[in-house]
Design a protein around this ligand. Structure first.
Ligand SMILES: Nc1nc2c(c(=O)[nH]1)N[C@H]1C(S)=C(S)[C@@H](COP(=O)(O)O)O[C@H]1N2
Ligand SMILES: [Mo]
Length: 346
């Protein structure tokens, strides 16, 4: 299936962001409640829609909106979006037999709100993200606090994991990551007995990340796991994709992947990991605690307050497929939640 048909599907998708939804529904909001930011956003949305329609009419490239070449091409420190990486052509499948999504699909439909809420513009806006030098500071309640650079992270080895990624918005992909289990790193820093949670922080750099200059979200992007979740064999730190280094839009140079949880738990472009004793604050849980719980395990029987989670659209497929409990990883992870009420602890 081509990228064109995906664009059509995109319109049907719900959006993570409660603010964006408020914008779309603003006719329903009394005008006195509309802040200048919301009005601005809605104008931009209208403008963008206009551009999209114009581009469709012009049938640029047969289907897509062509980027001006200066936003695609090679310059120092930027990814050349026209250069297609050399990928081993053998088909890849997840353990349920579903084919991996293509490089093209995985790198052109992204959520990375520091850059934009427009999934199809993340690649373009993130392409000059400076990923070298890069350090990840690991500290808090550990015996051996340590700052890792990319070379020292590579010592943990590189293996491929083909995981499903299920976004809370109701779409999914199968992604062949490269990286290593987070627990290898955690074992090296040696959590103290008082450590019960792991806190993660993304890069905060408003010069590079335009949305961080706006007041909508409590930047930097933050996430958290219980220590036993973080130590689980499936919990992964990815540094690559399809055998290549991670592109900026997918969270270069290093991002978390927690395949049984909604995609937003898989925090990108990590600069800090801290072992802590109390459940840490996370961006989405701070913005809308009733919509985005700390656990956020994929659960088709627990609807999001604004939409059902029973089905999903696999990118590249038409129609919807049932969503699986724990995103299909139930046998591996259900024991982490033995005795827990999963409706209350969402
Ligand atoms: N720092 C940061 N991490 C993030 C996000 C984000 O906006 N910022 N989006 C999350 C969401 S909602 C999803 S679905 C996944 C998307 O990962 P992908 O673009 O590599 O598919 O990244 C997650 N990690
Ligand atoms: Mo997501």
């Amino acid at each position: 299936m081509s990228v064109c048909s995906e664009r059509a599907g995109f319109e049907a998708e719900v959006q993570l962001c409660p603010l964006a939804l408020a914008t779309m529904q603003q006719e329903k909001i009394r005008s006195s409640e509309i802040t200048p930011e919301e009005v601005y956003l809605s104008r931009r949305r209208v403008l963008r829609l206009g551009l999209w329609v114009a581009a469709q009419a012009a049938l640029v490239n047969g289907c897509g909106v062509a980027l001006p070449t200066d936003r695609q091409g090679a310059e120092a420190g930027c990814v050349d979006l026209r250069a297609k990486p050399n990928i081993d052509p053998r088909p890849r499948f997840d353990e349920l037999g579903d084919p991996a999504n293509t490089w093209e699909q995985i790198t052109t439909y992204n959520n990375f709100y520091e850059f934009t809420m427009d999934k199809q513009r993340v690649a373009e806006l993130a392409r000059c993200l400076k990923i070298s030098p890069w350090t990840v500071r690991v500290g808090g309640l550990v015996r051996n606090p340590r700052t890792y650079d990319l070379d020292t992270l590579r010592r943990f080895g590189e293996e491929e994991r083909i995981y499903r990624l299920r976004c809370v918005e109701g779409w999914s992909m199968v992604i062949p990551w490269v990286g290593f289990p987070l627990r290898k790193l955690l074992r090296e820093v040696e959590p103290l007995p008082s450590a019960r949670y792991v806190y993660f922080e993304s890069l905060f750099d408003p010069q590079q990340m335009p949305e961080q200059n706006r007041p909508f979200y409590p930047w930097p992007y933050t996430e958290g796991l219980r220590l036993d979740e973080a130590m689980h064999e499936l919990t992964f730190l990815a540094t690559g994709l399809y055998g290549h280094p991670l592109p900026p839009q997918n969270g270069a140079p290093v991002r978390l992947v927690v395949p049984w949880k909604y995609g937003f738990k898989s925090i990108k472009s990590i600069v800090k990991i801290e072992l802590v004793s109390e459940q840490p604050r996370t961006l989405w849980n701070t913005v809308a605690p009733n919509e985005y719980g700390f656990y956020s395990n994929v659960n088709p029987t627990k609807p999001h307050p604004r939409w059902s989670q029973a089905t999903e659209r696999r990118i590249g497929e038409s129609g919807r497929r049932p969503t699986l409990m724990f995103n299909g990883y139930e046998a591996a992870v259900a024991s982490l939640y033995a005795g827990m009420d999963l409706q209350a602890n969402y």
